[in-house]
Design a protein. Structure first.
Length: 277
């Protein structure tokens, strides 16, 4: 018996007709009949009751169909498992505490290793660290270099947070601003900023935030509203340059908003992640 014959046996149980099964599988009726004969020889018992216009299963046949269904489910599960394993060998699962490092790493993989796929997600710092510790990712991007054994690290990039304000905003004329200067203003805030969200919420306790999880809606608000938002030296070139000439980007002076991002992986995943290092 082969897989096709098992599928045809199940179909005979459903359709009760060799000719209908033949039409379903795009073969001749004698081909189906011979396949069912081979299955009967394999079991060593008769499985069918042949009527004038249909073929019915006897009790042994019903048991055989039930067994065929179990075997086919197990085959499908095994195929899915093997394919998933094969994909895992060719896929790097990366979590980052901020979006900008992914803009660097994704093209690096596609250009250098076109046979590899990269799945990415952005999370806050706590969830990023938890995923790395639990082995729920192949590698993680952190805003510092971990000082512990058992991991391999590679510097990805530096990023600096900016304040992005309309040209007539009260802070627009500053060459630099501090977080203290900004505290108390209301801000637009995207949900995809990862740990940057945690930084500004923690350091601006008197401020309120209009949070947007839709990128298009956020961009429209940046173009049309008077609320300040946040950019970085990286996102200015990638995203904010085309969001209108009515805004200025001002560097934030506090050292904690000048961050070096590191790609970190457990040593056991190092061979796979060397494609990113």
């Amino acid at each position: 018996m082969n897989v096709t014959e098992l599928k045809q046996l199940v179909a005979v149980g459903e359709l009760e007709s060799f000719s209908e099964v033949a039409r379903r599988f795009y073969v001749s009726t004698p081909t189906v009949a011979r396949a069912m004969q081979r299955i009967e020889r394999c079991y060593g018992v008769e499985l069918f009751v042949h009527g004038k216009n249909k073929v019915e299963l006897n009790e042994a046949g019903r048991l055989a169909v039930a067994g065929a269904r179990r075997i086919l489910r197990e085959i499908d599960a095994s195929v899915a498992e093997v394919r998933a394993y094969d994909r895992s060998l060719r896929t790097i699962d990366l979590i980052s505490c901020a979006p900008a490092p992914l803009w660097v790493l994704a093209p690096r993989v596609s250009q250098r290793y076109p046979d590899m796929a990269l799945t990415t997600r952005v999370a806050n710092l706590e969830k990023t660290r938890e995923a790395l510790a639990a082995g729920d990712c192949d590698a993680a991007v952190l805003p510092y270099r971990p000082n512990r054994e058992g991991v391999v690290c590679s510097h990805v990039m530096d990023e600096h947070l900016f304040l992005c304000v309309p040209r007539d905003h009260a802070l627009a004329g500053r060459e630099r601003v501090s977080l203290q200067d900004m505290n108390g203003f209301n801000f637009l805030l995207g949900t995809d900023l990862g740990f940057w969200n945690d930084v500004v919420r923690k350091r601006l306790p008197a401020s309120r935030f209009l949070v947007q999880d839709d990128e298009f809606a956020l961009d429209e608000l940046i173009r049309t509203s008077m609320l300040p938002c946040f950019s970085t030296d990286v996102s200015i070139e990638r995203r904010y340059r085309d969001l209108g000439e009515n805004r200025v980007n001002i560097p934030i002076a506090d050292p904690e908003v000048n961050v070096s991002f590191w790609l970190v992986a457990q040593k056991e995943a190092a061979d796979k992640v060397t494609r990113l290092l």
